[in-house]
Ligand binder design. Structure first.
Ligand code: SF4
Length: 154
């Protein structure tokens, strides 16, 4: 059963997007993923508006004081197992807004992060690459191939 659930999650992850204080540059790159040019739905990646049905949380922007509690609440509403991807320099570390009076910092100051995708903003290809690498890391390891028997003439 676990293998089927992992297979389904890897083949068709449902992602939730949350902006905790971004300038919208990273959000536009995420929106680009859904356009026919990148069309991530062909890989089974589906944008899901409800945290209760999402497998992966895509976060953009530094975390502002105002958004920290909301980000935490959304994360807690997601079912296990859940994964968080920090997209862009601001989500990774606070970026250009780090140290601001109203900024807590990067996303990992509030919730655990599984994958970091740097860039300001990262290109859509980099976001796809990061999400695919995260999903591949969930795959159970493949069994080692048996060594072929060689005929040894004595
Ligand atoms: S990383 Fe750059 S594009 Fe993304 S939210 Fe920060 S400033 Fe904007």
């Amino acid at each position: 059963m676990t293998n089927i659930a992992t297979w389904a999650r890897v083949k068709s992850p449902w992602v939730l997007h949350f902006n905790s204080g971004a300038c919208n540059g990273c959000d536009i790159e995420i929106v680009a993923l859904l356009t026919p040019k990148y069309d991530v739905e062909r890989f089974g990646i589906k944008l899901e508006p409800s945290p209760r049905h999402a497998d992966v949380l895509l976060t953009t922007g530094c975390v502002t004081q105002q958004c920290a509690e909301r980000l935490k609440r959304i994360y807690e509403q997601m079912p296990q197992p859940k994964f968080v991807v920090a997209i862009g320099a601001c989500a990774c570390s606070g970026g250009v807004f780090a140290g601001n009076y109203n900024v807590v910092g990067g996303v990992d100051k509030v919730i655990p992060v599984n994958a970091y995708i740097p860039g300001c903003p990262p290109r859509p290809e980099a976001i796809i690459d990061g999400v695919v690498k995260l999903l591949n890391s969930l795959q159970p390891p493949k069994p080692a191939k048996k060594e072929e028997k060689k005929d040894v003439k004595q």
